[in-house]
Design a protein around this ligand. Structure first.
Ligand SMILES: Nc1nc2c(ncn2[C@@H]2O[C@H](COP(=O)(O)OP(=O)(O)OP(=O)(O)O)[C@@H](O)[C@H]2O)c(=O)[nH]1
Ligand SMILES: [Mg+2]
Length: 197
């Protein structure tokens, strides 16, 4: 059975959102800067633990004039990938604003992953790995370093997301089973008492 996961990528302009999607879907990297219009849709399937996972991705535009549109994509998403550029401190600081956006429209079950992109430029690092990792703990978010240029961490990023999705699905199923058992027990007890008194 195919499991469909709706994903929105967000973050400042130039952090590499479109490059992540391009690398993941088409195994390509383009050095040239091409600003995205509003949002682009992509999809790709992977296999994990015997499941076919189909990612349905909205690559949103980071430019100021398109920001009001981002909540529309987030509202229907099960996953938010928030990207910053490890060489641009401002893109890391801006995460707070993006997260406010997120909290206003998303469900509590949202899978939320922070991505430090351009890790091939580690010598120009403006935000340390530890600082970003700690921030992701505070947010209870997953965390991943990627490079679209070298392909480091890209496949892992989507495997981590798929793994988390399957884990959540399993937990939800167990929770529903427990609730069902409790409800059945209550109804048996209710019938017993109403028939004996
Ligand atoms: N060195 C390096 N450059 C990267 C990497 N990822 C993206 N870039 C470059 O960064 C620039 C911006 O990348 P985009 O993917 O267009 O950024 P974006 O986040 O989609 O930007 P908007 O569409 O404006 O929101 C491009 O010139 C890319 O080639 C990376 O991992 N390493
Ligand atoms: Mg883009």
């Amino acid at each position: 059975m195919i499991k469909e996961i709706k994903v929105t990528l967000l973050g400042d302009s130039g952090v590499g959102k479109s490059s992540i999607v391009n690398r993941f879907c088409f195994s390509k990297f383009n050095d040239k800067n091409k600003v995205s219009p509003a949002a682009d849709y992509f999809s790709k399937e992977i296999q994990l633990e015997g499941n076919i996972i189909k990612f349905q991705m909205w690559d949103t535009a980071g430019q100021e004039q398109f920001r009001s549109l981002v909540p529309l994509y987030l509202r229907n998403s099960q996953v938010a990938i928030i990207v910053y550029d490890i060489t641009q401190k401002s893109s890391f600081i801006a995460l707070k604003e993006w997260i406010i956006n997120l909290e206003q429209v998303c469900s509590r079950n949202l899978i939320f992953i922070l991505v430090g992109n351009k890790c091939d430029l580690i010598d120009q690092e403006a935000v340390t790995y530890d600082e970003a990792k700690q921030y992701s703990y505070q947010l209870q978010a997953l965390f991943q370093y990627t490079s679209c240029k070298t392909n480091d961490g890209i496949e892992d990023l989507f495997r981590i997301i798929a793994g988390e999705y399957l884990k959540q699905e399993e937990e939800l199923k167990n929770q529903q089973n427990t609730n069902h058992k409790q409800n059945s027990k209550l109804s048996i007890e209710k019938n017993y008492y109403s028939s004996c008194c």
